[in-house]
Design a protein around this ligand. Structure first.
Ligand SMILES: Cc1cc2nc3c(=O)[nH]c(=O)nc-3n(C[C@H](O)[C@H](O)[C@H](O)COP(=O)(O)OP(=O)(O)OC[C@H]3O[C@@H](n4cnc5c(N)ncnc54)[C@H](O)[C@@H]3O)c2cc1C
Ligand code: FES
Length: 263
């Protein structure tokens, strides 16, 4: 399980100018919220959440932000990639009336969880937040699955004008959601945690990863909590005990970076 197995790109679909979905054959069972380490030969190995799950085909959906994601973006059908995993814990998804809040590429990893909820005949309300209209993706996919999808944009170019967390706050005042599931910028998730109250709360965290199997300590957050092995999904009770949550992450050499200074 810890050596990369080689597969090839099955299809590639550009979702926005900077976001792409690659599908590939992988028969390994995986649950929403888990991730792979994707090896791009000659470039790097990076963590990527699963964004589509069927028995034999899986997908990742990612934003082009640096060398590795740029190289992934340029892969074509038939090109080789290496897979390690699946790793991590996945969502528990215990609530009956769930509200999903996706900020930016967070929609990628929340999509299979939302589809699972719909298959279980529970209706998900989904807030899809993006900076601008052109950055939105998966709106049609999630509507087709039966979810109630509400769009927010920071610049007001589509849907609610404001942050996803602002709309979530409004919705929670007037409706009886009993669970919140979120992935997106960590300061947004920290804001959501602050008004989650007694609801089930699960958030997916990202930290720089190397081994992804709990050995190297690179992804530690707080007192020995490893995002790769103890997460990447954490519940509200645990997050409230982690002082770094929403405030600091670490770079490749372990140095602390404040989220307010991060690019
Ligand atoms: C569990 C997990 C799941 C993820 N799922 C997705 C996803 O579904 N879609 C998506 O677009 N992105 C996802 N990411 C983030 C993705 O791994 C990084 O954006 C990617 O590694 C950047 O690599 P790069 O070389 O293109 O950019 P770089 O120029 O190397 O870095 C750009 C940014 O990415 C961060 N980064 C770089 N390497 C890593 C690493 N090995 N681990 C974590 N962060 C890193 C850097 O700190 C920096 O802030 C996930 C991260 C984690 C930890
Ligand atoms: S990446 Fe090595 S312990 Fe998590």
């Amino acid at each position: 399980m810890n050596a990369p197995r080689i597969t090839t790109v099955h299809t590639g679909k550009q979702e926005t100018p900077t976001v792409k979905t690659l599908t590939f054959k992988d028969p390994s069972p995986i649950v929403p919220g888990q991730f792979y380490m994707i090896w791009i030969p000659g470039v790097d190995e990076i963590p990527m959440s699963v964004s589509y799950i069927s028995e034999s085909i899986k997908a990742i959906t990612f934003r082009r932000i640096g060398d590795a994601t740029e190289a992934l973006f340029n892969l074509r059908k038939g090109d080789a990639i290496g897979l390690r995993g699946p790793y991590g814990n996945g969502f528990a998804l215990k609530g009956r009336r769930p509200l999903f809040i996706a900020g930016g590429t967070g929609a990628a990893m929340l999509a299979p969880a939302i589809e699972l909820i719909q298959r279980k005949k529970r209706t998900a309300t989904v807030i899809l937040g993006a900076k601008t209209k052109g950055d939105l993706f998966f709106e049609r996919r999630l509507s087709r699955a039966g979810a109630r999808v509400l769009v927010t944009t920071d610049d007001g170019s589509k849907g609610y004008h404001g942050f996803a967390s602002d709309l979530a706050k409004d919705l929670l005042k007037n409706a009886s959601y009993d669970a919140m599931y979120t992935c997106g910028p960590e300061p947004m998730m920290k804001t959501l945690l602050a008004f989650s109250g007694q609801r089930v709360f699960e958030a997916s965290l990202e930290r720089y990863m190397k081994c992804a199997i709990g050995l190297c300590g690179q992804c530690c957050i707080g007192e020995g909590v490893r995002v790769c092995a103890d997460g990447p999904i954490f519940n509200g009770k645990t997050l409230k005990t982690i002082p770094d949550f929403g405030r600091f992450k670490r770079d490749a050499s372990g140095g602390k970076i404040s989220f307010s200074q991060a690019p």
